[in-house]
Design a protein around this ligand. Structure first.
Ligand SMILES: [Zn+2]
Length: 57
C-alpha cells in the first residue's frame, strides 16, 4: 500500500494504485505519492502495540 496526496486540496488516500481523479476536488492526475514511514510503522505496529503518536516512547 502507498499513500497518495492530492496536490490541489490535500486529500489523502491510501491505495495501491494512483488515483486518476480526486474524489474531493475532482482534479485529474493531481495525486502524488507520499513517502511516509509512519504508514510502514503502522503496519509493523499491528504485530505488537498500535502507536498513534510518538509522544511517549
Ligand atoms: Zn483534491
Amino acid at each position: 500500500m502507498a499513500l497518495f496526496k492530492c496536490s490541489m486540496c490535500g486529500f489523502e488516500k491510501e491505495t495501491r494504485c494512483k488515483p486518476k481523479e480526486c474524489p474531493e476536488c475532482k482534479a485529474k492526475d493531481s495525486f502524488t505519492k507520499v513517502e511516509v514511514k509512519a504508514a510502514e510503522d503502522a503496519a509493523e505496529g499491528k504485530k505488537t502495540t498500535k502507536r498513534c503518536c510518538k509522544s511517549k516512547e
